[in-house]
Design a protein around this ligand. Structure first.
Ligand code: NDP
Length: 245
């Protein structure tokens, strides 16, 4: 059993399912103590933790809504009381709520933008403050191929995910001299609940590799960006999309 107090800490938002779970499991298998955030699916978050432990890793689950600044702040204060610092932050929590713009209710626009962009701000600001004191840290945010290509019915989602790229590139420049790297991973179509109702077969013709991706294929790129192997990479957007863009 590793000495938990000596393990670096990774906070992964939206780690109760899909890509977030795969990232949490992967980082834990590499020795990070993983804080697996969830919003509404506690049982699924517990399943993520079980998978982390099954693979020999360690961590804990932590409930907060990334849209709620006060809740995020309190959770981060609590984490940094027990862990000395948050060394890795993965901004993964995200939702879709599709509709063509001309028909889109303001609520759909706001909820998607809020989860991704307000969520990025609420989580990243307090975490990066701690990283600046330590003069070290890595932040990876999960955008989407939709940010680059656009997607019919996803103007809210594409705007939010494109915003994440601009925010990350700016932050990367602000904190580079403090030893903090900030990057973005932009997946294509990945096999999770988010795309469960999508016409995947119809989409396959748009993917040069002819198949959708697995969450683990995103997690391995995130893991690379968090590692020393990526020590000179910051402010970048890495596509994981089977050649879509
Ligand atoms: P899922 O829908 O499977 O999981 C979403 C996760 O985000 C869940 O853990 C959920 O928590 C969490 N979440 C949602 N809202 C909040 C909130 N307000 N506060 C905290 N956590 C929240 O999605 P995926 O795994 O597919 O997607 C993960 C990320 O990857 C998202 O940002 C998504 O946009 C992006 N992405 C996904 C692609 C895909 O094809 N799947 C393609 C490109 C990008 P809970 O279940 O507890 O509510």
């Amino acid at each position: 059993m590793p000495d938990r107090s000596k393990q670096n800490t990774a906070l992964v938002t939206g780690a109760s399912r899909g890509i977030g779970r795969a990232i949490a499991v992967r980082l834990a298998s590499e020795g990070y103590y993983v804080i697996a955030n969830y919003h509404s699916h506690r049982e699924e978050a517990e399943n993520s933790l079980k998978q982390i432990r099954k693979n020999g890793g360690s961590g804990e689950i932590c409930q907060f809504d990334v849209r709620d600044a006060e809740a995020v702040q309190k959770a981060i204060e609590k984490i940094t009381k027990t862990r000395s610092s948050i060394d890795i932050l993965i901004n993964n929590a995200g939702i879709t709520d599709d509709q063509i713009l001309v028909m889109m209710a303001a609520e759909k626009w706001n909820s998607v933008i809020d989860t991704t962009l307000r969520g990025f701000y609420n989580t990243t600001k307090p975490v990066v403050q701690g990283m600046m004191v330590k003069k070290a840290g890595v932040i990876v945010s999960i955008s989407s191929v939709a940010a680059i290509t656009g997607n019919k019915g996803q103007s809210n989602y594409a705007a939010a995910k494109a915003g994440l790229i601009g925010a990350s590139k700016s932050l990367a420049q602000e904190v580079a001299k403090r030893g903090i790297r900030v990057n973005v991973v932009a997946p294509g179509l990945i096999d999770t609940e988010m795309v469960a109702s999508a016409p995947v077969d119809a989409f396959k013709s748009m993917i040069p590799m002819g198949r959708i991706g697995q969450p683990e294929e995103v997690a391995s790129v995130v893991s690379f960006l968090c590692s020393e192997d990526a020590s000179y990479i910051t402010g970048q957007v890495i596509g994981v999309n089977g050649g879509m863009a």
